[in-house]
Ligand binder design. Structure first.
Ligand SMILES: [Ca+2]
Length: 493
């Protein structure tokens, strides 16, 4: 058979046997709510055990320098879908008009679907724009934040009632989606868990774990915010003042110095318990991939939608540009595509990059509007470049006035330095040397010995705002009073 005949035979329908590296990869993107970067045993957590996240890390690359560019739930979710900064895709807050994607914004599942992928979404969605029309052949999401027990879900537009614990149900939905998918196409599935978001209600099987343990407090637990800008001093994020739903079992009426450490113990234990439930369900999906011999050819990215304060400066929640809030887990496994068992501490990687990386590995050209907003991790994953992926990246935050009263801000971070600009009046800046001050105890913005570095990052922040088309309309406006104090608030955020 000559070459021409062989090609004709394949075109006529003979099965083409391709090597794995020539097949388009499947893609699973999995995300947990509010899981910060060190809330995994593979990241050094001494209390929480996450054998399945560890298994994923062992088979792939664990980035220690994983960040989100806007540490708030819905904005981060919009960024995952689009590969854009939040001001560009439109979901800048957790509610209201700015809780929707801008009309016409393109998602990476849309691009995969158009390229012939079977595309699905299960779990927590938490954007006002529903998944219909955004690139999914099948979707099954929690309405809003969803309920912990016996939740309803919205499946392809219709409500369904389910029985059980929420993240186990999301695990069920993920497995059912994989089992029932068309087998003649590559697939893309997003699977987002809920439970680590307040009010931290664990599955029954883990309700008693850690019961007799005293969890150590972080070194800055009792450091106050008195040397911080007004916008930070005005935040409403103190563990001592946690709402009742978060401090179950702590007697009411205790003075602050007694209730703060008790609240911390209750909160941390429940936060870790719910993550154990997530880990179980990560394992169920990993098992399925192994059983179906899909592991080798499936890109699997795992992350959180934002970091979380676990007692640093006495705080909980996220939003701010301080390290506990912006750092997230970032695991990437693809045995058919890159070498596993590695820890990458050199490259800063972002939630913005997820869509870029997936599209790159699936052989889909990224449209021009995505430029400057993120990049593909390929040079880091395949080791093709010795240079770091990026020198700096931009933070942004918009939800003020709002829950927790965190100020509107922008910032830029390099591997060593961080500049934060609180853009409303009274404007303020902070600048940290993370090498000398990793806990961000003292801003050196006004320290003359940092004049050159402050000027360089100030210029770089303006550059980022320009090239990504950031809106400056809120700059220098006067911050209104923030009346949405914690005690009056519901568990929305
Ligand atoms: Ca979140």
């Amino acid at each position: 058979m000559n070459r021409r005949t062989a090609i004709g035979a394949i075109a006529a329908g003979f099965p083409a046997i391709l090597k794995p590296q020539n097949r388009r990869p499947n893609v699973i993107f999995m995300m947990t709510d509010d899981q910060r970067n060190d809330a995994m045993s593979c990241a050094g957590n001494k209390i929480l055990k996450t054998p399945n996240m560890d298994r994923l890390a062992a088979g792939g690359v664990r980035f220690t320098e994983g960040f989100v560019t806007n540490p708030l739930c819905s904005p981060s979710r919009g960024t995952i879908l689009t590969g854009l900064h939040t001001h560009a895709h439109g979901v800048t807050t957790n509610g209201g008009r700015s809780h929707q994607l801008k009309p016409g914004v393109v998602t990476y599942p849309q691009m995969l679907q158009k390229a012939g992928y079977y595309s699905a979404m299960v779990g927590k969605w938490h954007i006002a724009t529903l998944p219909a029309g955004l690139g999914f052949d099948h979707w099954c999401i929690l309405p809003g934040q969803g309920l912990y027990h016996d939740p309803q879900m919205i499946a392809n537009g219709g409500r369904i009632q389910l029985r059980g614990y929420v993240d186990d149900i999301i695990g069920d939905q993920a497995l059912e989606t994989l089992r029932s998918r068309p087998k003649d196409k590559p697939f893309s599935m997003i699977c987002n868990f809920k439970a680590p978001h307040r009010a931290w209600e664990p599955p029954q099987r883990y309700e008693k774990v850690f019961e007799d343990m005293v969890i150590p407090e972080p070194p800055t637990f009792h450091v106050d915010l008195s040397n911080r800008p007004q916008g930070i001093r005005n935040t409403d994020m103190q563990i001592a003042d946690m709402p009742d739903f978060a401090r179950r079992g702590v007697p009411p009426g205790l003075p602050k110095e007694l209730r703060k450490p008790l609240n911390y113990q209750v909160f941390l234990k429940n936060y870790y318990r719910v993550l154990m439930g997530v880990d179980d369900n990560v394992g169920r999906v990993l098992d399925y991939l192994d059983e179906e011999r899909l592991t080798e050819n499936t890109i699997f990215i795992y992350t959180g939608d934002n970091g979380f304060f676990l007692g640093e400066y006495g705080m909980f929640d996220k939003r701010l540009m301080y390290e506990p809030s912006i750092r997230v887990p970032m695991l990437a496994r693809y045995p058919g595509g890159w070498k596993g068992g590695r820890v990458d501490s050199r490259n800063m990687v972002l939630n913005n990059d997820v869509a870029h990386t997936i599209l790159d590995y699936c052989g889909i050209e990224r449209p021009g509007h995505m430029q400057h907003h993120g990049l593909s991790w390929r040079p880091a994953l395949d080791g093709s470049s010795a240079a770091p992926l990026r020198e700096s990246w931009m933070y942004e935050y918009f939800e003020y006035p709002g829950p927790h009263c965190a100020p509107i801000g922008r910032g830029v971070r390099t591997s060593r330095y961080k500049l934060i600009h609180y853009v409303q009046q009274p404007q303020a800046h902070e600048f940290f040397d993370l090498e000398k001050d990793p806990e961000e105890r003292r801003s050196v913005y006004d320290d003359p010995s940092y004049k050159t570095e402050v000027a360089a990052l100030t210029k770089d922040l303006e550059r980022w705002r320009d090239i990504t088309g950031d809106d400056r309309s809120q700059d220098n406006t006067t911050a209104p009073p923030c009346g949405n104090r914690m005690g009056q608030r519901q568990a929305r955020n």
